[in-house]
Design a protein around this ligand. Structure first.
Ligand code: SF4
Ligand code: SF4
Length: 138
């Protein structure tokens, strides 16, 4: 227990918040054109970064980015472009609320995927779901 606590304290003491460095970004587009998910042509990548800096609510990058952080490593200027994407994702959710597909995954929001299965689906099919399954012993 003490060992775990010490390692948590060490981790927190070395952990730093990172932010996008707007002043260092030269809009080269390397981050989004070399991203293996987006793989945008250079001019589109430049345009996307520009839109994100202006604070767009919806963009191709925001809908496709899988939050792998690789663009932070790819940026030759060390600007942390993923933090710019993350900030825009956060702002979009703050203004417009969470997308339905995300709300469906939260156990404290109803309906969610569990409540749909237990309250809607299972009662309709009754015992059919369990037919043929053997009882586990032990
Ligand atoms: S964040 Fe970095 S890689 Fe992306 S456009 Fe700016 S300078 Fe280029
Ligand atoms: S964090 Fe998003 S934009 Fe950056 S490399 Fe990964 S998928 Fe691409």
């Amino acid at each position: 227990m003490l060992k775990k606590l010490v390692s948590c304290v060490v981790m927190l003491s070395t952990w730093k918040l990172r932010f996008f460095s707007n002043d260092k970004c030269n809009l080269c587009g390397t981050c989004l054109s070399e991203c293996q998910v987006l793989n945008l042509p250079r001019d589109l990548a430049r345009g996307e970064i520009k839109l994100l800096i202006e604070g767009i609510e919806r963009s191709y990058t925001l809908s496709k980015c899988i939050s792998c952080f690789t663009c932070d490593v790819l940026c030759p200027e060390g600007c942390n472009p993923y933090e710019l994407i993350l900030y825009n994702k956060f702002e979009s959710i703050r203004r417009r609320g969470m997308p339905l597909r995300v709300r469906y995954m939260l156990p404290h929001r109803f309906p969610n995927f569990r409540s749909v299965v237990t309250e809607d689906f299972l009662p309709k099919i009754g015992g059919l779901f369990w037919n043929g399954l053997s009882v586990l012993g032990g």
